[in-house]
Ligand binder design. Sequence first.
Ligand code: PEP
Length: 258
Amino acid sequence: MVAGAPAAGQQSPRRKLVVGNWKMNGDGASNAALLAALKAAPGGEAEVSVCVPAPYLHDVSKALHGSSIHWGAQDCSSHESGAFTGEVSAAMLAEFGCCHVIVGHSERRAMHGESDRLVAEKAAAALAHGLVPIVCVGETLAERDGGKTEAVVGRQLGAAVDLLAKRIDGIVVAYEPVWAIGTGKTASPAEAQSVHAFLRKLLADAGAASRTLRILYGGSVKADNATQLFAEADIDGGLIGGASLKAADFIAICQAAG
Ligand code: PEP
């Protein structure tokens, strides 16, 4: 993918953004092959990034250096440094040239008990070190069926709005309905657009630069549904899990974004 993307930490006004979330997958050889294929693909208008397991950041930064593809991590500590065994700080991620860091992914909220407040603190730590936090929000199936989607995502994003205040303009939001992650079930473009519009209004009401702040959709995005999702007015790209591990699929999704 061709060079010309903005420097780490900068955000273009509503330029589409496609981020791969590799989760806990990959090894040295498969990562190298995947990145070689991404680099060789023709670039488009969309900004592209891959969020990789922390032990691979060194290799990934070397492989992507000089390309237009950004890289990042899947979590960071809310703390600066100290006795936090197993944690990785935002400062460490910045040293590896990370542009993005995912915070508050539903897997971390569910499996590691991360609260809305902790997620907001992680976003603050990322911003303090020049990283763009991708703040994930999303409802479970029971919450959707109970008519609570807006209340849940509003509460989750509201914690970041409250803590970050003016700094909220530096984040990317990812709406990822929990019931659509890794399940093959995707929110319809209209369902996703409705939540994205709600989130953008919430940001506007809080005084954020809501017209420029990007809101990604995540949850079983594939090459064959990406075009329709990305065509919605408030969907500014995608956070891609499973399909980001297959070069042809991820490239097709990036191309669907422009
Ligand atoms: C994710 O985990 O962020 C995700 C969107 O996964 P998938 O695309 O596999 O549903």
